[in-house]
Design a protein around this ligand. Sequence first.
Ligand SMILES: [Ca+2]
Length: 112
Amino acid sequence: MAMTDVLNAEDIKKAVGAFSAAESFNYKKFFEMVGLKKKSPEDVKKVFHILDKDRSGFIEEDELKFVLKGFTPEGRDLSDKETKALLAAGDKDGDGKIGADGDSSRSLWPGY
Ligand SMILES: [Ca+2]
């Protein structure tokens, strides 16, 4: 499955382009721009599984760093600072990774 099967390719392009400057990544705005906010829990889960490259059931720090590339090959890598901020926002139990189980996938990253 490709990200564009779930999300609109134009929306992805715009969203990734909006945060192309270093240290500008804002996950709330990004998820809103790609249209994830309007998606069903099933679709959000699909996106999660695309980003979970090694299929561990979690999105770990090294996968988060390349999260924009998961949306489009043109996406830039996140800086360590951005990666840590994104991880901290989604890592509710403090285990250093983000999980998606059942209904909780809706609130992977609070506030989006
Ligand atoms: Ca993983």
